[in-house]
Write a protein of this length. Structure first.
Ligand code: BYC
Length: 325
């Protein structure tokens, strides 16, 4: 539907402008907010950047759950800093989306009433401290795999936001791997916890890259516009190739009996996630969808008095300025 809408919009655009735009993209030029751009390009960016921003904000919830229960003061401080970074990432991304003519409030309302998505991964619960390790190692690892190429994306503000975000994500992944290392080298019970976290987060992490290329509705157009730099399957494969040796180093087992190194392709063969589960989570039926949206709705409602106060203050200031002129 969406892809068709983008195509039908393209047919209404001025063909000369479209061709000139594509030439700029092909030449690797950055598109800036005031430049002419096709409506479909603008909409696709608002969708992707908005969903990305929402993912950062909703992504604070499963980890925020563990701040008060971190095992040491040091771990608590590190986790707190990581969760704060994620709020910052959300803000950079909302700002990048705002340059396309949509307000942060509009984006938030679309998240809250279910018109916009956030990453499927955050609909899974974080049950033990080892999950903080698995989230950092696997979830941030998958995020980095997806986001490093996005530093070269064609839209200037998105690309610049990604450069900053990627630097912080690398620290996030290291802290996750460090937790896994401690758990994997700890007592038998701790190692079991680490293995259990890997078992539960492996396939949901593979799902983060989106559906298979055959099922991906946006990839073709988004890649032609360099909004996306790789297909979903390409990045998923890179993630598996990078992560399996890390699991081996930890002495943990990736929960896939069909996982094996393929000499011919130079990549790991692996089992696909259960795609029916993925689409079910997208429809709102994952283990934590309702809880996550309820938490965001509550935060929005509880923050109303702050927004109202700031707005009233800004209006008073503007009125005073006009009166003084
Ligand atoms: N979850 O045509 P496709 C983080 C949707 S945050 C939910 O392949 P596209 C972190 C997709 O939106 C990481 N929905 O789409 C934060 C589309 O539906 P709509 C977030 C998904 O856009 C805190 C439909 O499925 N990263 O790292 O070409 C703590 C068809 O898919 C998912 C980003 O957002 C999913 N996993 O490709 C720790 C990166 N996958 O919109 C960590 C930027 C697909 O038509 N985004 N869908 O209703 C992207 O790179 C791309 O948007 C995707 C999907 C690769 C995710």
């Amino acid at each position: 539907m969406y892809a068709q809408m983008i195509k039908s919009e393209a047919s209404r655009e001025d063909p000369e402008k479209l061709a000139a735009f594509q030439t700029r993209i092909d030449a690797g030029e950055k598109i800036e907010p005031k430049d002419w751009m096709p409506q479909g390009y603008r909409k696709t960016l608002i969708r992707q950047i908005g969903q990305h921003a929402h993912s950062e904000i909703v992504g604070q919830l499963p980890e925020g759950n563990w701040i008060t229960r971190a095992p040491t003061l040091e771990r608590k401080a590190i986790l707190l800093a990581k969760v704060q970074d994620e709020a910052g990432h959300g803000l950079y991304l909302y700002c990048a989306a705002e340059t396309l003519g949509v307000s942060r409030d509009e984006l938030t309302e679309m998240l809250l009433d279910g018109r916009m998505k956030y990453s499927s991964i955050f609909n899974y619960p974080t049950l033990t401290w080892a999950d903080m390790g698995a989230v950092g190692w696997l979830v941030d690892g998958a995020a980095i795999m997806n986001q490093v190429p996005l530093q070269r994306t064609s839209f200037g503000p998105y690309s610049r936001a990604m450069i900053r975000i990627c630097k912080e994500e690398s620290f996030h992944q290291r802290q996750g791997y460090d937790i896994m290392m401690k758990m994997a080298q700890g007592t038998r019970a701790q190692k079991r916890m680490a293995q259990d976290a890997l078992n539960r987060f492996w396939y949901p992490s593979l799902m983060m890259f989106g559906p298979s290329d055959k099922e991906s509705v946006h990839s073709e157009q988004s890649m032609a516009w360099k909004i996306k730099m790789n297909t979903n399957d390409e990045l998923r494969q890179k993630f598996v190739d990078q992560t399996v040796p890390q699991a081996e180093y930890l002495g943990l087992t990736v929960p896939d009996p069909d996982l094996k190194w393929n000499e011919e392709t130079g990549h790991y063969d692996f089992s696909q996630p259960d795609w029916s589960e993925f689409f079910d989570v997208l429809k709102g039926n994952g283990p934590c969808n309702r809880e996550r949206l309820a938490a965001r709705n509550k935060a929005w409602d509880d923050g109303k008095w702050v927004r109202d106060g700031l707005l009233a203050h800004a209006e008073k200031k503007a009125a005073r300025k006009v009166a003084a002129e």
